[in-house]
Design a protein around this ligand. Structure first.
Ligand SMILES: Cc1cc2nc3c(=O)[nH]c(=O)nc-3n(C[C@H](O)[C@H](O)[C@H](O)COP(=O)(O)OP(=O)(O)OC[C@H]3O[C@@H](n4cnc5c(N)ncnc54)[C@H](O)[C@@H]3O)c2cc1C
Length: 486
């Protein structure tokens, strides 16, 4: 017989989204069950591994570009005929618009409005926020972070939850099915405990805070394509996110949102066993594929704004691999080592031919690539790695738009790069209360989504908005599910 537990609110996952939902619901008086696939020691999913930058200019305000960036990247080519009704009150929107494949501008506004409030709420558990050094030489926006990163958030909320009589964690428990009554209301979750034993959780609200599908190669191949086989989660936490939250809600008619064919990519050294071993110095050199050919503009804008797009291009190259190639002039750039978090030494050689041989690239091809690049480089006067300096190549494709300096003087160095998957973009459509809407635009009673399980991004991920999304949507969902929504 299937074991059954009854609570008020059932939360799936305990990263920032799930923890925020669980603690918010508990503070609002609910009895909460938290289902988590991992063992207790590894709880926290992706959140456990992130530095958790928040796109804010202070604790009181999101960055100046916050809503513009989220809005612009929350849709691809919007249909003017469809979005013309977005000026109406949400209640008067046609269902087609409520369920449309684009980020709901009301949700974007709710994220901006609630971020400072939720940040203050997190501080009430002892978390401190500050500006922290990043792996960028300089940035195109403002970012702050909790001291101690995502782990500090998990530990602070987790300590409160562990001490509460009204929050119960069920570890090694994987949710896989939404339970509904005959009115179509979600009334619980079907799950599997360790040993594949079925277990049901009944409650009046279910919050899906169980990440995207970055840990599920089948869904990645299905939605993103065969080259995704060359990617891997950027940290151990991502392997736990296998997409059940997205899939079980789609199965009962939830509207999809976010670009299912894309993901937040980071350029990492595939040899490294560290998490997030980024290699971002390529903007100061060139990128070549395993054939020794350039394939992309390495520096179309500030690195923090474009590394994701470049990482996804790397994924599309043969075997999803590229080399970041440099000569001795890399060392002219103060502080360049902050841009490389891999602790594995680069491949090094005194001559370019020797380097090519070590990289298993035909030396003549690499020499030709570097020669034509060098011939297209301008005079290096005005080189400035801290801003887009406009030192661009001329007459070659692909062009390099900034920081184009010749590669001539040994020793030469090369770092391998593959695209790591930080999180997937495809998720569920929620409104500004984190309530999941169905494909007709109606709310699915009793069902909430938070964090990565919410689809929000279509084009380029506006960096430093995912933990913030998780905290805000988690808190909104938890309060609403407990009956204190606004
Ligand atoms: C190394 C790294 C650096 C990053 N840097 C930043 C940054 O600086 N700023 C930023 O905003 N974002 C950053 N991100 C992304 C961000 O950390 C995540 O997108 C965010 O923390 C996700 O929170 P979440 O709660 O939605 O998911 P997670 O934190 O991944 O939590 C999901 C939880 O659900 C559990 N789960 C999954 N499926 C099930 C199931 N079926 N049943 C039960 N449990 C399940 C998982 O085990 C996991 O514990 C980074 C991510 C990584 C890995």
């Amino acid at each position: 017989m299937t074991t059954q537990h009854e609570f008020d609110v059932i939360v799936v996952g305990c990263g920032i989204a799930g923890m925020s939902a669980a603690v918010s619901a508990e503070q609002a008086g609910a009895r909460v069950a938290v289902l988590e696939r991992s063992v207790a020691e590894e709880r926290g999913g992706n959140t456990r591994y992130t530095e958790s930058l928040w796109r804010m200019k202070s604790e009181d305000e999101v960055s100046d570009d916050f809503e513009d960036k989220l809005g612009a990247n929350g849709v691809l080519h919007p249909d003017p005929e469809l979005i013309k009704d977005a000026v109406l009150d949400y209640d008067n929107w046609p269902g087609l618009l409520k369920a449309a494949g684009m980020a709901d501008p009301n949700l974007v506004a709710a994220l901006a409005d609630n971020a400072p409030k939720v940040l203050k709420w997190l501080k009430s558990f002892g978390v401190k926020f500050d500006e922290i050094p990043t792996y960028f030489l300089s940035q195109s926006t403002t970012r702050i972070a909790p001291v101690g990163g995502g782990l500090a958030l998990i530990e602070a909320l987790g300590a409160h939850a562990d001490a509460s009589d009204n929050i119960t964690f069920f570890y090694e428990t994987t949710a896989n099915e939404l339970l509904r009554n005959d009115r179509g209301e979600v009334i619980g979750i079907g799950a599997r405990e360790a040993g594949n034993r079925p277990v049901n959780f009944i409650g009046r609200g279910v919050v899906l805070g169980c990440g995207g599908f970055e840990g599920n190669q089948e869904m990645l191949a299905h939605y993103i394509g065969p080259q995704s086989a060359y990617t891997r989660p950027v940290a151990r936490g991502g392997y736990y996110n296998r997409g059940e939250g997205v899939r079980m809600a789609l199965d009962i008619g939830a509207a999809p949102c976010g670009n299912f064919g894309s993901f937040h990519a980071q350029p990492v050294d595939p040899r490294s066993e560290d998490w997030e071993p980024v290699v971002l110095n390529y903007a100061l050199g060139i990128l070549v594929n395993e054939n020794g050919e350039r394939f992309t503009d390495e520096a179309p804008a500030m690195t923090d704004a474009v590394y994701e797009v470049i990482s996804r291009r790397i994924m599309m190259e043969p075997h999803g691999l590229a080399w970041s190639i440099h000569d001795a002039t890399l060392d002219d750039v103060d502080n360049w080592p902050v841009t490389v978090r891999s602790r594995i030494a680069p491949v090094e050689a005194d001559t370019l031919d020797e380097l090519a041989a070590k990289l298993d690239i035909i030396p003549e091809v690499l020499a030709e690539t570097v020669d034509s690049y060098n011939n297209a480089c301008p005079h290096p006067d005005g080189f400035d790695p801290l801003k887009t300096d406009g030192l661009a190549t001329s007459g070659i494709k692909p062009r390099k738009s900034n920081w184009a300096r010749t590669i001539e003087r040994g020793p030469f160095r090369a770092w391998p790069i593959v695209a790591a998957n930080c999180f997937t973009f495809g998720g569920l459509k929620v409104n500004a209360h984190s309530r999941v809407v169905n494909t007709a635009g109606d709310e699915i009673p009793g069902l909430y989504a938070a964090g990565e399980t919410v689809g929000l991004y279509y084009d380029v991920y506006p960096g430093a908005t995912s933990v913030l999304r998780g905290a805000v949507t988690g808190r909104l969902a938890g309060l609403d599910a407990a009956g204190l929504g606004n």
